[in-house]
Design a protein around this ligand. Structure first.
Ligand code: AMP
Length: 262
């Protein structure tokens, strides 16, 4: 039997969510590769890039303890020897115009560019991604179709803190008050899950949006979409599978989260 390679791409500042991907990869593959690369081409906001947390020593420590076989830690020039411009060549269609695509122009082109490049370097059998970045999972699957890369995409569940906040490297940037407040995002998603009924679901979206705004968040969106293709649903027939998605600023930190509703 040959070697099977499981690959977990990350931007570092590792937390248990990342490690859970690695643990799943270890169960299924004989060799596990993790990459840490804060990819400049996927940041549409320079301040977000400049402030992205870097904790490489503790990352290495966590990877060693989790039994990661290989850490790929490239420099920007190694990844982009021809310069770090986004080529915008992936035809992502609708996925690039909604939700994160709408609020972070160019972001998904950068994501595709980096994952494509990484998969050209690392001949992975399986690629492990987190459901935390729901739209990103869909975009990467689409990129794999477009580029005919033959790697399985495995989507792993979102790991949360005790109060429900989805683990994220950006949580490190929250101050104590903001951190306490942040559980409201998962509460909002859970509220949608509990209260959704067939029919016009716009009032529910609006109610949750307003409640977050009243609590001091600056929401970009509170949306309910088809879990299969992310088309926005306004009138629910009670049958199609749904996902609720939220992006909101808590102070200067933009948080995203989502929850499957069935
Ligand atoms: P990032 O370092 O934020 O680019 O994330 C690297 C990978 O870890 C992506 O596939 C993310 O979706 C995944 N990830 C991030 N946060 C979580 C989480 N809380 N639970 C599970 N996976 C996560």
């Amino acid at each position: 039997m040959g070697v099977s390679i499981g690959f977990v791409p990350t931007m570092g500042a590792l937390h248990q969510g990342h490690i859970s991907l690695l643990e799943t990869a270890k169960k299924n593959c004989s060799l596990v590769v993790c990459s840490i690369f804060v990819n400049p081409t996927q940041f549409n906001d320079k301040a977000d890039f400049d402030n992205y947390p870097v904790t490489i020593e503790s990352d290495i420590d966590k990877l060693e303890r989790a039994g990661c076989d290989v850490l790929f830690l490239p420099t920007v020039t190694e990844m982009y020897p021809q310069g770090e411009t986004v080529n915008g060549k992936y035809n992502l269609g609708y996925l690039e115009t909604v939700l994160e695509g709408k609020y972070r122009p160019g972001h998904f082109q950068g994501v595709c560019q980096v994952v494509h490049r990484l998969l050209n370097i690392i001949p992975a059998n399986n690629l492990y991604l987190g459901q935390k970045d729901y739209q990103q999972c869909m975009v990467i699957k689409k990129m794999m179709q477009l580029t005919k890369i033959n790697t399985n995409v495995i989507i792993c569940p979102t790991l949360r803190e005790d109060d429900g906040l989805a683990m994220s490297s950006r949580n490190m940037r929250l101050n104590e008050t903001e951190r306490k407040k942040s559980a409201a995002i998962f509460e909002a998603l859970s509220f949608i899950k509990k209260n959704i009924v067939p029919g016009d679901i716009n009032p529910l979206k609006k109610q949750v949006f307003l409640r977050l705004a009243e609590n001091g968040f600056k929401p970009d969106y509170v949306e309910i979409a088809s879990a299969d293709n992310l088309s926005i649903i306004d009138e629910w027939d009670g049958k199609i599978k749904l996902v609720a998605l939220i992006a909101a600023f808590n102070g200067k930190v933009r948080l995203i989260d989502n929850l499957l509703l069935q």
